[in-house]
Ligand binder design. Structure first.
Ligand SMILES: Cc1ncc(COP(=O)(O)O)c(C=O)c1O
Length: 383
């Protein structure tokens, strides 16, 4: 038996604020069943006003109410987010790729972690540039231009109604057979996942700082397969993270094959010594961090000298200050390394100034691509 109540009921499948337009909306699915003519309206029952309901691009009906005194089911949790796979948008629970994809079988692919702040995708062009560099090195051709990838990202954010988000862009070699020969994979998979990030994310770490241990595993020699390529193979970082977990620290410092400081397992490393900022070079097998590059520029804008050079573990542990940079972490002070307090074991003044500057930068719409915007595709690259 159909137990739905009678009347112009609206089944509300989600309720959330439209963070892009600033409007509050109810995302609805119409569940209409006409009331039998014989039945009288119940006094005190549903009274609400409609204001121009409309269908959005997902097929959801949106409406506004002045009075919520009517029968509907409200799920305050958001709708299941959409995941972009090869040009199509799938609800998260149905977003799947083949188990024969070489991204899964061999870690054969590249990815980007990107952030959107307040409706702007921070340094989107730089992330997509790095992605395409990685694709060139691993010899994967995708059927999209950089602009089309950027448009797919902003469209995914729009569909998921996100203004502050973490974005994971993944390109895999694609589906092939079980052998590792990449020629069995004719078509790469392009995946975009997005999730909300709270504005207060990372505040505590920024204020108090984090601790680190030095990993016994070494970053590879720089030969084209090291962390300069942001490949899907993160096993070295994952195993190093276990060392942080086992030793009760937050982070882990990776050394390169020579024993020089390289980076953290998922972020770049800086030290401050006598007012000068130092960071390891590409030769130490680092990922060319997008945040690192912006922080180096910021430090120079603030009047600091920045030197890219080899750093020994001794120099790291005897630095006046140390901090890490990364898309998700942003800028975080490191206050203890391998049991040794960095200076007084508190975030230092230079780090705090960089953090303040970076917090300003991420709110600046000129530092990225607005989610509302569709990126023009240059004529020469148009498909
Ligand atoms: C190994 C490694 N190094 C550094 C970084 C920081 O790079 P970015 O600032 O581009 O996020 C990351 C970020 O994912 C990383 O995985």
């Amino acid at each position: 038996m159909n137990s739905r109540p009678y009347g112009p009921h609206v089944r509300v499948s989600a309720c959330k604020a439209d963070v892009l337009s600033g409007e509050s909306m109810l995302l609805t699915r119409l569940n209409y069943r006409p009331r039998p003519k014989t039945r009288k309206p119940c006094p005190g029952r549903l009274r609400f006003r409609w204001r121009l309901p409309f269908l959005d691009h997902q097929g959801s009906l949106h409406f506004y109410t002045r009075n919520t005194h009517f029968s509907f089911w409200t799920f305050m949790a958001g709708k299941e987010p959409f995941v972009y796979i090869d040009g199509e948008y799938h609800p998260k629970g149905e977003a799947k790729i083949s188990v024969y994809d070489h991204g899964l079988l061999y870690g054969d692919g590249v990815f980007e972690g990107i952030r959107a702040y307040n409706g702007t995708v921070f340094r989107l062009r730089e992330h997509v540039e790095r992605l395409f560099e990685g694709l060139r090195v691993i010899r994967v051709n995708i059927p999209l231009t950089k602009e089309q990838v950027m448009n797919a990202i902003v469209e995914t954010l729009r569909r998921n109604n996100l203004a502050d988000a973490y974005i994971r862009l993944v390109i895999t070699r694609g589906r092939g057979n079980l052998g590792l020969d990449p020629r069995s994979c004719p078509k790469p998979s392009i995946i975009i996942m997005t999730e909300p990030v709270l504005p207060a994310h990372g505040k505590e770490a920024r204020e108090k700082g984090v601790t680190a241990v030095i990993s016994s595993l070494r970053r590879d020699m720089v030969d084209g397969t090291s962390h300069e390529v942001k490949s899907l193979n993160y096993i070295q970082s994952v195993l190093s993270k276990f060392q942080a977990i086992d030793s009760g620290t937050d982070e882990v410092v990776m050394l390169d094959h020579r024993g020089m400081v390289s980076e953290f397992h998922g972020s770049n490393l800086f030290i401050v010594k006598q007012g000068i900022i130092h960071t390891p070079t590409s030769a130490a097998g680092i990922l060319h961090g997008v945040t690192r590059a912006r922080v180096m520029k910021l430090a120079e804008e603030l009047g600091y000298e920045v030197r890219e050079r080899d750093i020994t573990p001794y120099e790291l542990m005897t630095a006046d200050e140390a901090f890490l940079t990364g898309t998700m972490a942003e800028v975080v002070p490191v206050v203890k390394i391998h049991g040794v307090a960095i200076a007084e074991g508190k975030p230092g003044p230079v780090t705090r100034e960089i953090i303040r500057g970076f917090q300003r930068i991420i709110q600046d719409p000129k530092e990225g691509v607005p989610i509302r915007e569709t990126i023009a595709i240059p004529a020469k690259t148009r498909n």
